[in-house]
Design a protein around this ligand. Sequence first.
Ligand code: CA
Ligand code: CA
Length: 472
Amino acid sequence: MKNFAHKFISLFMLLLFINGCTTSPDVLAQPKQGDNLSLFNGVKMDYEHTFFDDFSNGVSKEYWYIGNQAWGGNNGGVVPANVNYTDDGVLVLSGNGKYYSDNDIRGVGDIKDGRYTGAALISKFKVRSGRFEIKMKVLPRQGACTAFWTYANDANTGANHEIDIELPGGNIKRPVTFENVLNTNYITERFKQSQDTSVSSVYNNGQEVFLNDGSWHVFGFDWYTNPEIIVYYVDGKITAISDVFVPNMESRLWLGCWFPVSSAFVGTANFEKDNMYVDYVKYIPFLDQPYQEFDPPFSGYALDNEYPTTPISVPNINKISNGTCENLPTLTVENENVDTVELYGWNLSKKLSETKRLDEVISIEDGVGFDNSKALIIRDDGLAYQNIDSVYHNFKFDFSFYAKGKGRAIVVFYGKTTSDTLDMQTFNIDNENLSIFTKELVAPENCQSMMIDFDTSVGNQLLIDNLSLLKK
Ligand SMILES: [Ca+2]
Ligand SMILES: [Ca+2]
């Protein structure tokens, strides 16, 4: 607690002395994890200088730079092509994962083919002590870091003043999970405090919270410099408090999603494409809080003609990667010893009993699928499956696919590991013409991930195409 308790007691005595017994005790109470957010210690908001952007006019050139730069290595950076907005005022920031294959986005990091590219906005204005808030839907898959942060880096002094909200959590208290949020504040890259909080645990009634549930959540922090304290919150509940390594330099405000591939600190991006959505960003400075004047140096941003100019509609993201099979290349393997190939999200494999080469029991063929497009064909003891991470209790999906021939689709829901099977559902397929199969799926209690698996049997063949798993 450093000397905070000490300062607090002196201040308390002083206020008692000044105000007698009229001071409301909850103003003086030190904030605690799980408390409702309230202003601390009588600090006042500078409402006159409130910043609020609900993105109803798209992405403002007056307020925001659009990031066009990379950091962290082994990724494609953040690029303007991944920034969009809807006509009802939602900022759409896209992330392209490990299985991205559309070839229409170029990376600006050391990976250039569009994989591991995210999106970020950076404030043109400077911020300091105050309340910072964002209402958003996080990018709901592992491997992409959804973040909201203040940042000021002075290469001359080594100062790195930064306050971060990052998702998913689980960086410290493994596993990586959207049940947790990570809150970190820095004054240099080394001097920092990170707190990894299970959000359910801050609710007294023990309600489950999965921050990638597709609902809007409000994330933020109150940054005080006198006394030095940061109060982080989610949906009005305090998730973490820090009174060490509290920044005081003027900073810029950042928001976005990016791919920390080399550190894998938010897991692996085993998906094709997904989005983060932002309803609004709000910043209200605090009055009478000290700060150090600073001009955060900045480079690597979009040109004016790279800002989005036409709204898009909110896409319903297919959790299955390359479900249309259109970008899958022809499968060829060197010899019969190759038993699994990972192809843009598809794990193409064969049972132990199968002695044929993998490319004899699995093929990708043109002209045979939906509307004469490409499809995946499984023969004999071949099998094809995909894993989908971050699927939690009561998540509902519309699952559908086209199939022809004889075989099975099996949906498996897993707990903490893939040896912990919670529920399994089987679709039996036996039809000569391409037919659609649909079902609503609901994730059971304790669920963490799911698998969709297709197989057939010796002497038989199963064709599949247009697979889709849409979260409801
Ligand atoms: Ca909005
Ligand atoms: Ca197809």
